[in-house]
Design a protein around this ligand. Structure first.
Ligand code: RP5
Length: 165
């Protein structure tokens, strides 16, 4: 990411232990050339940090926030309560309940404060990066073209037939 431009996207996660999952979102943003920042913001361990991040998001120019957490995963929902910047939630896969706990904590928001919830784990994080890119591409033609190319290349990489080993 560029250090000179204000980030358009923010990736927040509840813990360092979420990074191996959330890295998949950051990798997509890097690949598509989207300036972003990555922060640890915990709903439970650093609630004041969460509050500040949500309160300042619009003023700082953030256009989309990807929030990942596991277990009692309140970060995405609380972030969505604090800012109108769209929040994309990533349920991190936990050991105890395989991420179903994270998914349920994120997806079942009350009417009025939505979180766009992705699948559990790495695929969900990658898709969060792509969803963020699709949102930003609505007002960025160059990004739209990079995204179209990325999608075409993915499609072209899929073989017609399986390898029968
Ligand atoms: C959540 O608790 C984090 O998002 C993380 O997924 C989970 C476990 O955190 P650590 O105990 O590994 O720091 O808040």
């Amino acid at each position: 990411m560029s250090a000179e431009r204000a980030p358009r996207a923010g990736i927040v996660m509840g813990s360092q232990s979420d990074w191996s999952t959330m890295k998949e979102a950051a990798d997509i943003l890097d690949t598509l050339g989207i300036d972003h920042e990555v922060k640890i913001v915990s709903a439970h361990r650093t609630p004041d940090r969460l509050w500040s991040y949500g309160r300042e998001a619009v003023g700082r120019g953030l256009q989309v926030i990807i929030a990942g957490a596991g277990g009692a995963a309140h970060l995405p929902g609380m972030m969505a309560s604090k800012t109108r910047v769209p929040v994309i939630g990533v349920p991190v896969q936990t050991k105890a309940l395989s991420g179903v706990d994270s998914l349920y904590s994120i997806v079942q928001m009350p009417r009025g404060f939505p979180v766009a919830t992705m699948a559990i784990g790495g695929a969900g994080a990658a898709n969060a990066g792509l969803m963020a890119a699709q949102i930003l591409a609505l007002t960025d033609q160059e990004l739209a073209e990079r995204l179209d190319t990325w999608r075409s290349e993915l499609s072209a990489s899929i073989p017609d037939e399986p390898v029968r080993d």
